[in-house]
Design a protein around this ligand. Structure first.
Ligand code: GLC
Length: 465
């Protein structure tokens, strides 16, 4: 790897502290809809094998995934095992309270933190000097409120419908807890004398969350965000919906919500963060109704492929599955952008972020570049320190080298699009669009991974200045 290229990018990264300071100019960000408590647990290959043994599951039974949802302990173990052996991230839902109880008893709640795209993004953004971050919470118990940072700019709605500091609210009795089951790269599991080595640190999420499944919306949040000027809306939380339980209707209902926001805050930017959505009908509805109505969309490599699947792009999907590299994912992102007419699409993959946007987009390419660099710094800091809990934490990884893996991916992408300016400056024009791409800082042994994509998308967009 050429050191000069790495040095060049290290220099480009020196913009991060200034970009962070500029976020003080932002007045209001609203983050909706899913907020929960994440109970984060680390599982070793050995512990997983013990659970599997207790359930008397054979390798054949373990590998036989009929549906990606949790109706029994066996399903839960199937999900974890599948992600462990492939080093991938997935979220499956459970529809029985018994599963909640099993996880409570067997996995515990030693490390709790705010969860859900809306919750994580709001919490992290509130660490910057943004004046107001308004967060939606499907339910808000005292325990859940305590997971929000004790910050005066982080607000939600209390029992009386008044806006109040989120961490001080006690509105509902029930708490929504999701289990985040993390595993480490190179950890091993032996099942029936066969050894499986985990290729990448990652996590499996098990979600039992009736208020989210029913898509309970706090009316006071809608009232407030329709009455006041909002600069950015962050939208997410559809991934846990089920088409058998009005999931498609909940997605469709959000179109009106977006339209109302655009009426009351015409200059606002509505960003949709796609998440791992197992129900195909719900996923289809998200791509059909929400993507074209949003101003910006965030995806990771997996979600990019999930969208290809519902668009019927079999050939491209196969290419991406066989080789999940920047070039193939870029082709996929271009396809999605064109087919779904989204104005700005951002892909965050391992080692590289790529944004494709319309030439007339209200955020300029250079501002996007700054935002993406800040996002990469924040994400690396989170992985490195295991948390983002204070403003200074955001720059914890500042000054570390840009990764060779990311630079190599960017090089390949530049050869594909035949443009060197992207390699040296991170920006170029391609087929009438602005392309912005940033190789990231990779932390060898990440202390945490959950919420990484959310942090990246939020800083890339809202830090774009
Ligand atoms: C999903 C999960 C939530 C987790 C989040 C992280 O929303 O339901 O538990 O915090 O993803 O991105």
């Amino acid at each position: 790897m050429q050191k000069t290229l790495q040095n060049k990018w290290n220099k480009l990264y020196s913009s991060a502290p200034k970009t962070l300071e500029k976020m003080a100019k932002i007045k209001t960000v609203a983050s909706a809809f899913n907020t929960c408590i994440d109970s984060v647990v680390k599982i070793s290959g050995k512990e997983l094998a013990d659970f599997i043994k207790k359930e008397n599951l054979s390798l054949r039974q373990l590998e036989n995934i009929e549906q990606k949802s949790i109706n029994s302990v066996a399903d839960l173990l199937r999900g974890i095992f599948n992600c462990f052996k492939k080093g991938i991230a997935e979220e499956w839902t459970a529809d029985k309270p018994e599963m909640f109880e099993w996880m409570h008893k067997n996995l515990g709640t030693k490390k709790m933190q705010i969860g859900g795209q809306a919750g994580i993004i709001a919490n992290t953004l509130a660490l910057t000097d943004i004046k107001q971050v308004i967060v939606h919470s499907n339910t808000l118990s005292e325990l859940q409120a305590e997971q929000f940072f004790d910050l005066p700019n982080l607000l939600s709605f209390n029992k009386n419908g008044d806006v109040e500091q989120a961490s001080k609210i006690n509105r509902d009795k029930i708490s929504s807890i999701h289990w985040i089951i993390e595993f480490d790269k190179n950890d091993k599991i032996i099942i029936e004398d066969k050894e499986f080595v985990c290729p990448k640190s990652n996590r499996f999420i098990a979600t039992y969350d009736p208020p989210l499944f029913d898509f309970v919306i706090d009316k006071n949040f809608l009232k407030y965000t329709n009455k006041n000027k909002i600069n950015y809306f962050i939208l997410s939380g559809y991934q846990a919906l089920n088409s058998k339980q009005k999931g498609v209707k909940h997605v469709k209902d959000s179109v009106k919500i977006i339209k109302d926001w655009k009426k009351s805050s015409p200059k606002s930017i509505v960003h949709l963060e796609i998440a791992s959505t197992q129900d195909i009908k719900v996923r289809k509805a998200i791509t059909k109704y929400l993507v074209p109505n949003a101003d910006s969309v965030g995806v990771n490599e997996r979600e990019t492929m999930d969208i290809l699947e519902v668009l019927g792009e079999k050939k491209l999907l196969k290419e991406c599955q066989e080789n999940t590299c920047a070039v193939n994912l870029f082709k996929a992102a271009m396809k999605i952008k064109n087919k779904l007419k989204c104005k700005r699409l951002q892909l965050h993959m391992f080692g590289l972020y790529i944004t494709i946007q319309d030439k007339k987009y209200p955020i300029k390419a250079k501002a996007n570049l700054n935002g993406m660099i800040l996002a990469a710094t924040a994400a690396a800091s989170k992985a490195f320190a295991g948390k983002l809990a204070a403003k200074s934490d955001i720059l914890e990884a500042y000054g570390q080298n840009v990764s060779e893996i990311g630079l190599k991916e960017l090089e390949n992408l530049c050869s594909y699009i035949k443009d060197k300016t992207l390699l040296n400056k991170g920006m170029c024009e391609y087929k009438g669009y602005d392309i912005i791409s940033v190789p990231t800082i990779i932390i060898e042994k990440p202390k945490t991974l959950v919420g990484m994509g959310d942090t990246i998308s939020a800083f890339s967009l809202i830090g774009a200045r």
